[in-house]
Design a protein around this ligand. Structure first.
Ligand code: ZN
Length: 360
């Protein structure tokens, strides 16, 4: 379906409205930024908000909030029920419309472990793989490497901050460390409350919702382009606004690859590129306006797959391969790259996939 004409029309409408507001001396409301203690919301189109944490509560991931005439749709639920409750409370800054739908971009803890904090009756929508992960049909997310590798070190972070606080002499520094310590302690105490809560509505490839808004309806497409960052990534596409929430399938920097299908990911990103949008909201990081990073990331993924594959064929152990693989040829596009060596969880994952394929 070609959505361009509708979008052009709505852009033209926006221009007309902006012009008439200018003439009448009113200020144009778009681009508003509203904050609570825990959250910052940036309005990227009318009723379309990019939400991120301010640092007082460990949220660990972004959300998108779509405000309609009668209800609100939230994409992703943060890292703990406590973080999700802070989000739900903060929504009062931007709307009084109740949450009707929660969409999970994927099953990872930092995007879906707040699910349980949403009131009974809120429909949770996600890919069927996301449901299978969160209800325990495929593995146990609380015991898997991804959750453990991020969560087990939290007490160590807390005690290291406690030591830093003891040593800090400068008052300003003390205040900063105290703030971080408080956030990390709260986070540590919030983790045991997590009960993975799966979507109760699932999709395989596509689902479309129509939300009533002031001047008609907002089309909300939930799209799965194939396996990528996980087995069930869903992007949320708003064709009328030319906006897409990408979750962790596409980030401004390098995404975590511990559960990824690195070889299939570039093709799934082709699906993302086929959409007509000029603004994308990543699962982590700021609002993005350029599509260029998508191609850079595809090139990185293909190269990483080839280099890891070569190490695997040479019989190099994954731990050593992770230290040796050199992706510096992509350093211009990714600030994280500072020489040879890549995240060992990515290499271990690729070795696992190759083992499965070879029947090892
Ligand atoms: Zn993720």
């Amino acid at each position: 379906m070609d959505t361009k004409p509708a979008r052009k029309r709505s852009q033209m409408m926006l221009l007309l409205i902006a012009a008439s507001l200018l003439l009448s001396g009113q200020t144009w409301a778009q681009g508003r930024v509203l904050e609570s203690a825990s959250h910052r919301f940036e309005e990227v189109a009318e009723g379309v908000w990019h939400g991120s944490g301010t640092g007082t509560v460990n949220t660990m991931s972004n959300v998108m909030v779509l405000v309609g005439e009668f209800d609100t749709l939230v994409v992703d639920s943060h890292v703990t029920p406590a973080a999700a409750r802070a989000l739900i409370d903060s929504l009062a800054e931007i709307t009084d419309k109740p949450v009707r739908y929660l969409v999970n971009s994927h099953y990872h803890f930092d995007h879906a472990h707040g699910n349980q904090a949403f009131p009974q009756g809120v429909e949770i929508i996600g890919h069927e793989f996301t449901r299978a992960k969160l209800n325990g049909e495929i593995g146990n997310v609380l015991q898997e490497r991804t959750f453990r590798s991020f969560s087990d070190p939290v007490p160590i972070t807390v005690s290291s901050l406690e030591r830093q606080l003891e040593l800090a002499s400068d008052e300003e520094q003390r205040v900063q460390i105290e703030q971080r310590l408080q956030t990390q302690r709260d986070y540590m105490n919030a983790i045991p409350e997590v009960r993975p809560t799966p979507p109760n509505i699932t999709l395989q490839e596509k689902m479309t919702l129509f939300q009533v808004v002031a001047d008609g309806s907002r089309e909300i497409q939930l799209l799965h382009f194939g396996r990528a960052h996980t087995g069930g990534d869903v992007v949320v596409y708003l064709p009328q606004d030319g906006i897409v929430f990408t979750g962790d399938m596409m980030l401004p920097g390098l995404a975590y690859m511990g559960d990824a299908h690195v070889d299939e990911w570039p093709a799934s990103l082709e699906g993302l590129k086929s959409l007509d949008f000029d603004t994308w909201l990543p699962g982590h990081g700021p609002v993005m306006r350029s599509k260029q990073p998508i191609e850079h990331f595809q090139a990185y993924l293909r190269d990483l797959w080839d280099k890891t594959n070569a190490m695997y064929r040479e019989g190099v152990a994954w731990e050593r391969a992770a230290g040796q693989i050199d992706m510096s040829n992509h350093a211009d596009n990714f600030a994280q790259i500072r020489g040879p060596g890549v995240d060992s969880r990515a290499i271990r994952r690729i070795y696992d996939l190759l083992d499965q394929r070879e029947g090892n």
